[in-house]
Write a protein that binds this ligand. Structure first.
Ligand code: SF4
Ligand code: SF4
Ligand code: SF4
Length: 323
C-alpha cells in the first residue's frame, strides 16, 4: 500500500493504476541533436489521428509556423533561432540572420544556429491532468502512458491549468480536451507511434522507458566527449518534480530556451496537505459556530447561578445577624 500516489517516487504507474500483468512502461526519447526540422512527425501525427489543420498561416516571427502544441497539434517542432551578438541590425530594427554558411555562436565567424526540437505530451509519471479529471476521460494505460478519451470529456477544462507543461488544450468549438495519446491504438496493434515511425533521423525514439534512459545517458556522454558541452537530458530523472517523464529529451541548451519549464512540479503535489488544512479549518469553523450559539446561554446560566448563590449567602448572613 503506497502512501501518496500524487508525488514522489513511482516505479510502476500502470500497476498502481490497477493494471495487472502490465507490459513494460514505454516512452519517447527525443534526441534534438539530430532533428533536422522536417516536420514529418507533425504531419504523420495529423494524418494518423485525423487532426484538423492549424490555419496554414506564417507567424512572421520564425519558420516555426505552428508555434505551439494545441488541441490540434499533438507534435510541435520548435525552431529556435539563436543569433550571435554580431548579427547585423537592419534599418527596421530586426536582426539579419545569414542563412547560408552560418555556424554556431562561439565558433569563428559563426553568427547563428537553429535549435530544433519536436515537443509532445510528456506522459508524466505523476500526471496532474489525470488526477483532476472528474469524468475519467484522462486515464493511465497499461503501457504507463496518459490518454484522453474525447467522447467522455465534459469540457470542464480542469486539466488545462493542471498540466505543468501547458500541453493539453480544449478545442474552441466544443470545449473538449485533446493531446497526444502516444498512438494508443497503434501500441495495441504492436506498432510504434506514427511520429517515431516517420522520423527520418531517429530523433524520436520509441521503446521501453528503461532502455531509452540507458541509451540517452550514453548519447549525452558521446556528445560531451565530442565537445558539445551544452548537451543535457530533460525529463529523464524519476526523482524530479513529476516523477520523471514518459517522453524525455536530449537538449543542447537550457530548457527555457526551448520553452520548457526548468523545474516542473506536479500541480496536485500539495493536494493532501491542502485538504488536511481545509478539513482543520472546517472543524474550527464548525466549533466556532456552535460556540457562538451556545456560549451566551451558558454564560447566562452561569451568571444566574452565581446570582442565586450570592443571594443565598446574603440571606444566610442576615439570618445569622438576627440571632
Ligand atoms: S504533460 Fe501535461 S497533459 Fe501530458 S501527461 Fe503530463 S500533465 Fe498530462
Ligand atoms: S505518439 Fe501518436 S498521437 Fe502522439 S504525437 Fe506521436 S503520432 Fe501524435
Ligand atoms: S523529430 Fe524527426 S520527423 Fe520531427 S522534425 Fe525532427 S527530424 Fe523531422
Amino acid at each position: 500500500m503506497k502512501g501518496n500516489l500524487l508525488s514522489g517516487p513511482e516505479p510502476d504507474p500502470s500497476t498502481d493504476a490497477g493494471h495487472t500483468d502490465a507490459p513494460p512502461r514505454v516512452g519517447f526519447f527525443t534526441d534534438t541533436s539530430v532533428c533536422i526540422g522536417c516536420k514529418a512527425c507533425e504531419v504523420a501525427c495529423k494524418e494518423w489521428n485525423a487532426l484538423p489543420e492549424d490555419g496554414l498561416s506564417f507567424s512572421g516571427m520564425s519558420y516555426d509556423n505552428t508555434q505551439a502544441l494545441s488541441a490540434s497539434t499533438w507534435r510541435h517542432v520548435a525552431f529556435i533561432e539563436q543569433s550571435a551578438p554580431s548579427a547585423v541590425p537592419t534599418p527596421e530594427g530586426r536582426a539579419e540572420l545569414p542563412l547560408a554558411g552560418a555556424e554556431a555562436p562561439g565558433t569563428d565567424g559563426g553568427q547563428m544556429r537553429w535549435l530544433m526540437s519536436s515537443d509532445v505530451c510528456k506522459h508524466c509519471t505523476h500526471a496532474a491532468c489525470l488526477d483532476v479529471c472528474p469524468t475519467g476521460s484522462l486515464f493511465r494505460t497499461e503501457y504507463g502512458t496518459v490518454v484522453v478519451q474525447e467522447d467522455i470529456c465534459n469540457g470542464c477544462g480542469y486539466c488545462v491549468p493542471a498540466c505543468p507543461y501547458g500541453v493539453i488544450e480544449q478545442r474552441p468549438a466544443d470545449g473538449r480536451a485533446f493531446k497526444c495519446t502516444m498512438c494508443y491504438d497503434r501500441l495495441g496493434a504492436g506498432q510504434e507511434p506514427a511520429c517515431a515511425k516517420a522520423c527520418p533521423t531517429e530523433s524520436i525514439q520509441f521503446g521501453p522507458l528503461d532502455e531509452l534512459r540507458e541509451r540517452a545517458a550514453l548519447r549525452v556522454d558521446q556528445l560531451q566527449e565530442a565537445g558539445v558541452t551544452g548537451a543535457r537530458l530533460y525529463g529523464h530523472d524519476p526523482q524530479d518534480g513529476v516523477g520523471g517523464d514518459g517522453a524525455f529529451f536530449l537538449l543542447l541548451d537550457e530548457p527555457a530556451v526551448y520553452g520548457l519549464p526548468p523545474d516542473p512540479q506536479v500541480t496536485t503535489r500539495d493536494l493532501p496537505a491542502m485538504w488536511r488544512h481545509a478539513g482543520a479549518a472546517g472543524v474550527a469553523l464548525a466549533a466556532g459556530t456552535v460556540l457562538s450559539f451556545t456560549l451566551p446561554s451558558v454564560l447566562r446560566a452561569a451568571a444566574s447561578a452565581a446570582a442565586s448563590a450570592a443571594s443565598a449567602a446574603s440571606a444566610a448572613l442576615r439570618g445569622g445577624g438576627a440571632r
